[in-house]
Design a protein around this ligand. Sequence first.
Ligand SMILES: [Zn+2]
Length: 451
Amino acid sequence: MLKRMVTMTAAVALVAGLAWAQPAPPQAPAKVTAIKAGRLIDPETGTASANQVILIEGEKIKEVGPAVKIPPGAEVIDLSKLTVLPGFVDAHTHMGITYKEEPESNQYYLTYVMEGSPLRAIQAASNGVQMLSSGFTVVRDVGNNALYVDTALRQAIEQGWLPGPTVIPSGPMIGSTGGQYWPPPEMYKYHNIMYPEYIDANSPEEIVRAVRENMLFGAKTIKLCIDCKPWGYSVDDIKLVIREAKACNCKVEGHVQTPEGAQRAIDAGIDIIGHGRALTPEHHKQMAAKGIFLAGTDTPFTAWRGSAESFKITAEKLRSAYDNKVPLTFSTDMDYWNDRMKKADGRWMSRGEITITFIDTWKDAKIPPADILKALTITGYKAAGVYDERGPIKPGMFADLVAVEGDPLANIDAVRTVSFVMKNGMVFKKDGVMTPEQFFHPGPVKGWRRR
Ligand SMILES: [Zn+2]
């Protein structure tokens, strides 16, 4: 009888979804780390303070100041010869795609056909490590990521499988018929070539379904193709997306490539406009008034990409946005590779090193270093929706920070080479060398529910 009752109790507990009562494992006291910063930059104010101590307990910052008492037993990290600043944000990138001159002739439509989600997920994991090594602790990963490679990457990093930035994934870009493709009828109708790179959504019902699917599969932002096709999305369509996306607290980014599309996105009150090329000074003024972020994806002219003429326009557009006080994020669209991406000594550049070259455009637009730093950090955190929990080097925040030689407030080129990286209070890079051991685990040590 007793046995039967025990069995029944067990069944009831299972049905009710109750966890078996188990004593919580004894928690080791959180590790305490003290960083001695020779110079500490606050990009919010564009100022620096000398000889600061940052006290970190576990994953978070506990205290910051010149006279913080370092408790006995704390690990002391001496960065007194370096400048410490918050980690960087790429507010528009694509971690799970790398299109190439060979074999795709830079046609990223072909990458979808030739490389499946598993390979692209592994590329994304590698790109995450490379980005973190260059100081990028947050990335907005906005589409063209095969079958939810982006949300899987976020989940794997959050659960503790491997190091990487905090990923703000969008899932597949939502677009009206065709997305960014112009597929032939047989590929579109019989082979469903659009999916998973794009979700076709035309009617209000389809739009709602698409947004909810992305949220279900882990999206933390929603990416919309505003005007990839002449039929595009109306102001009402965009408003519907914004309304649905509120359920996941997701900001909505619109891919914009025409002035008309830009106007519709602005009228609908979108959160972020992706790509700055179609925007006029009038658009910039309206964006500033409404607080709409710009992720301009401002490609510099380099040995591996771009042209002088195109670069000139890009820098002029960025300057106009700056002059009109648009909230500017650092953003790149960095999702390609070719064999000219090498350093002077012949070694390959990493995805992170290529990404940071985009400051060339900001320099050419004559934007002061303090404002470039703000775009690279504070405005990026805000656009990513993480500003309340990570980014600023303040008590209560996750300890994500980097250190560089020199003073980026005087010479922004200092951010090109990051010698120290901390993510969630753990050292990822020190003295210019990656030390990622603490980030690799054989299971979801931070909890399998984390996504
Ligand atoms: Zn893009």
